[in-house]
Design a binder for this molecule. Sequence first.
Ligand SMILES: *Cc1c(COP(=O)(O)O)cnc(C)c1O
Length: 396
Amino acid sequence: MKFATRTIHAGQPSEPETGALVAPIFQTSTYEQEAPGQDKGFSYSRTNNPTRQRLETVLAELEGVAFAAAFSSGLAAENAVLQAFLRPGDEIIIPLDVYGGTYRILNKVYQAFGVVTKQIDTSDLKAVEAALSNKTRLVWIETPTNPRLLINDIAAISKLAHARGALVAVDNTFATPCFQQPFELGADIVVHSVTKYLAGHSDTVQGAALAKEAAVFEPIKFLQNATGAVPSPFDCWLTMRGLKTLELRMLRHQENATAIAKALDGHELVRRVYFPGLASHPGHDVARRQMTGFGGMVSFELEGTAQEVVAFASSRRYFTLAESLGGVKSLLCHPATMTHASIPAEARAQLGLSDTLLRLSPGCENAEDLVEDLLAGLAEVANARSSKKPVTVAAR
Ligand SMILES: *Cc1c(COP(=O)(O)O)cnc(C)c1O
């Protein structure tokens, strides 16, 4: 079954009792037992729920494995993976521009339990090799990364990690299984912020953790029930609704991102464009090898002052200024004051996170409209400069 067919058919048969094409939301906390201990596979909805089980089946099929556990947020899924494998004294390797919440949970929560985090440039295989030790339990990869969309070589890192007995977990939120299949490249675990492209409509917060081997999945599944960060049946249903158009949406997101990257690349008010689909991107060759598409995100550095960046970011017609990404409606974010504000300015500079960097999550609108909106914003900056008036935030 090809990918698009799986998004619509996997784990989603018509409801057997009534024939309803779309299975109902099993909004129940508990289940009747015929005799004590005799149930139909469901005893309590934290432990299992038919709607959640359907979602888990689809997610597993999309990533090409047998095991998936749904969580109430991406970070809850991450926490289950970290808690399943990290013990005091263990080491974990993470990328330099790892998702901020991943950095925070390791440095503010797991550090207190004696877990050692090594943050390195995981796009440099020599650095990965040097950081691995016999205490390394997990190598955590995010690819493309956020917000510079750097590419990590999943196959090469998996080889290095496995040679030292470490597991490889891939945060596949940005690429989605539509464009990247980490398990085929050697990963042991995949995590998702389902909130983003998988659900795809900016209307729910959810997460998932998947594994290839039963032995790796078992402690994650145990923690799903034992620590209880499960999504509601309605949220699971929303995600299944969204997933049915995952391929359609990802192709449109990519088409829009490509058009935007091309329009901004070389513009006199743009210092630099980050998009893995551009031949000039440092990870372009690895992306071509390990992905079937370049994803839907684009970042760029505006050649301008802090005030100009704020004016540009606050007055776009179609790009709403907001955190998060991956929905049908375009979003724009200023990492230095929003998603990455908790990182001190000096550390941000070291990570290459300029204060004039803007991250775009193009939605599913028309590409020409989106490009026009961004070019109009750059023209506003240029006009204000030549008239020597300070740029102001225009009314929408
Ligand atoms: C948003 C995000 C997360 C966290 O997911 P939540 O659903 O917000 O908890 C993790 N990784 C990446 C790459 C993200 O973008």
